[in-house]
Design a protein around this ligand. Structure first.
Ligand code: C5P
Length: 403
């Protein structure tokens, strides 16, 4: 379940063409279990209608501090006291400058000023033309807003509505949603570096063929995302998969087991936790042909022979930092039966303090899973749930095991 579920958020719109993304954001927040109270400035109403935002949020929109619906006629006080956060998206250059100076000539800025500063965080998603964004005045304002405790989200980069290209676009709705979820997640891994492997590997037979497996990488990607949400610096070494990189995660793409080992070794020294979820091919063809192996019509099939791949997890777990526990190593085992017995044996064989078992055929490619956490003292089950939810639970469990 999203950390946003059950929260009450005031979604403020100031004037900017990016306001169309706020409709999507509102929908996504509602879907995540948030109650959304929309407040719009007059400028915002040039870009979106209150009708649209009311329909999406399921609540009447506020556009004026003189709104007679409030019995005490103090919408700025009432609405801000109820909120778990005020999120202004889009936050125009003008609106940010107003926030900076404590301006309060319309409901949204008035509400930001009137909010109990220690209880109701203010999060803004800037949106403007690239020249406006890079202007020293805006940059000065951003720095001061941050110093004032306002959480300023990043801006996106790319094509702008004005036809120019550069920094200043508002983040996409799903990116803002990710950042909000991260904002509300306890930073139990702050200051820690987490290294994750995910997906299958691909071992070439020739330039057009190879052997691989059905791992989708979803579990590893979910773990990388959960670790980042918990405040860790995350490096994700990914085999060939078709998954978007979790926001804020550094991704290294590799193909073969040996490339994966190289990437892991490059990053292991800086890591505090290593979580090996990748379904690394056990063997690779002993020889990879330079040219495509041709069928010659004789009916003869090529002779393939294999050599064993390096065991990445065992190599790292048995290195000095892994063996001493300075680098906490976690393995995965995808089995088809006898999970507890296989996972227990595998934990000892790999030399890791924690091994996570799952039933491979039941989980490959799926969005959900069930995990069995096996350590030296026994086993604990994480019952069937989405991979995202299990990843959060696993990260929480690992956090308690760190030195
Ligand atoms: O040996 P097996 O593949 O069953 O072990 C699974 C665990 O070991 C997983 O954590 C996997 O990522 C890791 N592994 C590895 N390198 C290999 C084989 C497995 O890191 N060559």
């Amino acid at each position: 379940m999203s950390t946003l579920a059950g929260k009450h958020i005031v979604l403020g719109l100031s004037g900017g063409i990016a306001a169309f993304k706020s409709a999507e954001l509102c929908r996504a927040l509602v879907k995540a279990g948030v109650t959304v109270q929309v407040v719009m400035t007059q400028a915002a109403e040039h870009f979106m209608t209150a009708v649209t935002m009311q329909a999406l949020s399921g609540r009447p929109v506020y556009t004026s501090q003189w709104d007679p619906r409030e019995a005490n006629n103090m919408a700025h006080i009432n609405l801000s006291r109820e909120a778990d956060a005020i999120v202004v998206a889009p936050a125009s250059a003008d609106f940010m400058s107003k926030l900076l100076h404590g301006g309060a000539d319309e409901l949204l800025s008035l509400m930001c000023l009137a909010r109990p500063i220690d209880q109701v965080p203010l999060i803004v998603a800037p949106a403007m033309n690239r020249e406006m964004w890079s202007n020293p005045a805006t940059q000065r304002n951003v720095a001061q807003l941050k110093a004032d405790g306002i959480h300023v989200l990043d801006v996106g980069q790319g094509d702008q509505a004005c036809g120019e290209t550069g920094d200043g676009r508002m983040l996409e709705a799903e990116e803002i949603l990710e950042d909000l979820e991260a904002f509300f997640t306890l930073k139990v891994l702050a200051g820690k570096a987490v290294l994750v492997t995910a997906g299958p590997t691909y071992e070439a037979i020739d330039p057009v063929r190879g052997i691989t497996n059905l791992s989708s990488g979803k579990m590893g990607f979910a773990i990388a995302r959960a670790a980042r949400m918990a405040g860790a610096t995350v490096t994700l070494v990914a085999g060939p998969v078709h998954l978007p990189t979790p926001r804020g995660v550094q991704r290294v793409d590799v193909r073969s087991a040996r490339q994966m080992l190289d990437a892991v070794q490059l990053n292991a020294d800086a890591a505090d936790v290593f979580i090996a979820t990748a379904a690394v091919a056990d063997w690779r063809p002993s020889h990879s042909a330079d040219q495509k192996i041709k069928k010659d019509g004789s009916g003869q099939t090529p002779e393939l022979s294999f050599v064993e791949n390096p065991d990445i997890l065992a190599t790292i777990a048995q290195s000095p930092r892994g063996a001493s526990g300075d680098l906490f190593c976690v393995g995965f085992a995808a089995e088809s039966q006898d999970l507890l017995a296989h996972a227990t044996a595998k934990r000892i064989r790999k030399g890791v303090p924690l091994l996570v078992g799952n039933i491979g055929p039941a989980t490959f490619g799926q969005d959900d899973n069930a995990l069995l956490l096996v350590d030296a003292s026994g086993a604990r089950e994480l019952p069937h749930a989405s991979k995202q939810a299990l990843a959060v639970q696993l990260i929480d469990d690992i956090t308690h095991r760190l030195k």
